[in-house]
Design a protein around this ligand. Structure first.
Ligand code: F6R
Length: 254
């Protein structure tokens, strides 16, 4: 089901699997229409199904990534790309090793470098030099973060070093042996970087995302809910499973 709320499009799918498939079809369509698309990519549990579907589509010759350039939203800091908990490793395991994105066209903040300002400036500069991101995939944290832009973020921020919120460390502890091992810092595209992308597709699944999705779409625009700024983006699509959509649909329909 497709709904329009203010300038936002909300697509509700029956389950996680169909949410991922829909997102994959949108991304594949983008690449078909513009083979040299600049793609903004996310990690986490939510887009895994989308990557799986994209790999299948690639194997069936339904999509070709040979001309795309990719920029990931974020990476822990400091971390080496070979570390299994790094987002660079995640991207290889879930997507890049199966498809034909060129190695030199893959961009993930280089968190093995010491000079943080340089990493951040280079990243912004590189995005700008491509002409900007055509399609940005986002997940959302339970606290409303997008990328690692935690509550109370400055909306005007560009790629920067962030201190992870306690809630984020807790949520991401599932990927580490112990929560003490979750890095406390990360490098993330800023809200301004994200808002400058031409099209945004935000994915959310599960009942634990229902409240934050409702606040994001229908609540006040505030740095306390970083994703709420998306209400001001000119082309944003939320793809939700039924559980994640439950509260926002109640609010919109009453
Ligand atoms: C990941 C990212 C994060 C996640 C968010 C949700 O690159 O930027 O904002 O999208 O933490 O994570 P999951 O999907 O694991 O619930």
């Amino acid at each position: 089901m497709k709904h329009q709320y203010k300038n936002m499009t909300i697509i509700v799918k029956n389950d996680y699997d169909n949410m991922g498939k829909k997102a994959a079809r949108i991304l594949a369509a983008q690449v078909t229409i513009k083979p040299n698309s600049i793609l903004g990519l996310a990690t986490g549990s939510t887009p895994e199904g989308m990557y799986k579907k994209l790999v299948k589509m690639y194997q069936k010759d339904e999509v070709d990534f040979s001309e795309v350039t990719t920029f990931n939203l974020d990476e822990y800091y400091p971390i080496n790309a070979s570390n299994k908990q790094s987002y660079a490793y995640y991207m290889q395991q879930h997507f890049f090793k199966y498809v034909n994105v060129k190695d030199e066209a893959i961009n993930i903040p280089n968190s093995s470098m010491k000079d943080i300002n340089l990493i951040c400036e280079n990243y912004e500069e590189k995005i700008r030099a491509t002409g900007g991101i055509d399609l940005q995939i986002l997940g959302i944290g339970n606290n409303g973060h997008i990328g690692f832009n935690e509550p109370d973020v400055h909306f005007e921020s560009e790629t920067h070093l962030v201190t992870l919120d306690e809630a984020t460390i807790k949520a991401n502890a599932r990927f580490f042996d112990k929560s003490q091992n979750v890095p406390k810092l990360a490098i993330s595209m800023g809200i301004r970087t994200i808002m400058q992308t031409k099209k945004i597709v935000l994915l959310a699944s599960g009942a634990n995302k229902a409240q934050i999705i409702c606040d994001t779409i229908t609540g006040v625009i505030t740095p306390k809910v970083p994703a709420s700024i998306l209400q001001l983006h000119q082309d944003v699509v939320f793809i939700l499973d039924k559980e994640a959509a439950s509260k926002v649909m109640d609010r919109i329909n009453h």
